[in-house]
Design a protein around this ligand. Sequence first.
Ligand SMILES: [Zn+2]
Length: 135
Amino acid sequence: MARMVTGQLGAEGPYWDGLAKGRLVLPRCNGCGKWHWPAVWRCGDCGSWDHEWVEQPLAGTIFAWTRTHHRFAGTEGLALPYVTALVLLDAVPIRLNGLIEGSEEHLGIGAPVTGRTTFTQFGKDEIPSIRWMLA
Ligand SMILES: [Zn+2]
């Protein structure tokens, strides 16, 4: 099993490198202050090419979630069923996906979560990823 090679992922490279080191970093335009996700090389609002990657806390609320009962290619490392959530971060207006781990007692839209970084097996690789836990 090989950990995914980062640094060759275009505009999103710092995000994956950050997750691999246990940090969530997201890009903010230095021209107008807009947060971008997915990452962009050039800001669509002000045209700036200059972005700063800023560390963010892994905390937010569930925007949407789904429970997966059927396996698809690449998920052999995950126990079925599993829950994936799209989380709206508390600190910046960005939504990020991740698996839910731990108790699902308060699972629902609007539920607060905290997160941690880890690696998830996907096919033959391990990819940096986020796990969300219900508060
Ligand atoms: Zn901008």
